[in-house]
Write a protein that binds this ligand. Structure first.
Ligand SMILES: C[S@@+](CC[C@H](N)C(=O)[O-])C[C@H]1O[C@@H](n2cnc3c(N)ncnc32)[C@H](O)[C@@H]1O
Length: 208
């Protein structure tokens, strides 16, 4: 058995609602985070008792629900996605989880929302939307984090394509992820690392 299979079997199943949403996402071919990434988000939110969370890229709200379920009762989560047909499903699951009142869905492109986003001292920013915009999301959200707050970023291995030998035919997304990874790991205001969980998760703590 591989290490990953061993760990998959060892962990408890997520709650029935998370499982239902996970299955719905897979059935509809929605690019939701891997289950282990959801678990990691949940642990981070619990550890930090994160009260203010910003997510970029809601889709059906699978990662949103992992984080919302781990938030303290006074916590708030803002999540951005212009696709209202997807976020309607997210809102339905959040309502069923009793988390509807703690979550605000913003149905606009992130680059329209972020320059005037009014909340400061965020505990966690989770980035999981347009890969070619990751560098801009990072530049716009690091100033919104509290000192010691975390920016968490999904898909930094980009399904094996980031690590492949660079070639002239590489897609813009692959090039964007490689560039982002260098920026992220060398960011002067972050202590950042990328861990091989799911599709590669970046975790950066604001230190300045
Ligand atoms: C990878 S999915 C998010 C998955 C979600 N975080 C999860 O794990 O359940 C990316 C989402 O980004 C959304 N998106 C596309 N353009 C966007 C934009 N300009 N700003 C914010 N979100 C965008 C898409 O509609 C899509 O639902």
């Amino acid at each position: 058995m591989s290490d990953l299979d061993y760990l998959k079997r060892l962990h408890r199943n997520p709650s029935p609602l998370l499982l239902e949403l996970e299955q719905r996402g897979h059935a509809d071919d929605i690019p939701i985070v891997d289950r282990e990434t959801g678990r990691l988000l949940s642990t981070l939110v619990h550890a930090m008792q994160a009260n203010r969370i910003l997510e970029i890229g809601t889709a059906y709200g699978y990662s949103t629900l992992w984080m919302a379920l781990a938030m303290p009762p006074a916590g708030r989560l803002w999540t951005i996605d212009p696709d209202t047909s997807r976020t309607a499903i997210a809102l339905d699951f959040l309502r069923r989880a009793g988390k509807f009142d703690q979550v605000n869905v913003l149905n606009q492109p992130a680059l329209e929302v972020l320059p005037t986003f009014p909340v400061r001292n965020l505990d966690i920013v989770f980035i999981d939307a347009v890969k070619t915009e990751y560098e801009e999301y990072l530049a716009l959200t690091v100033p919104l984090l509290k000192r010691s707050g975390l920016v968490v970023v999904d898909n930094l291995l980009w399904h094996g394509r980031a690590a492949a030998n660079p070639a002239s035919g590489d897609a813009d997304t692959t090039i964007a992820i490689r560039n982002f990874n260098r920026t992220f790991l060398n960011h002067p205001q972050l202590d950042a690392t990328i861990v091989p969980v799911g599709d590669g998760v970046g975790i950066g703590a604001r230190i300045e």
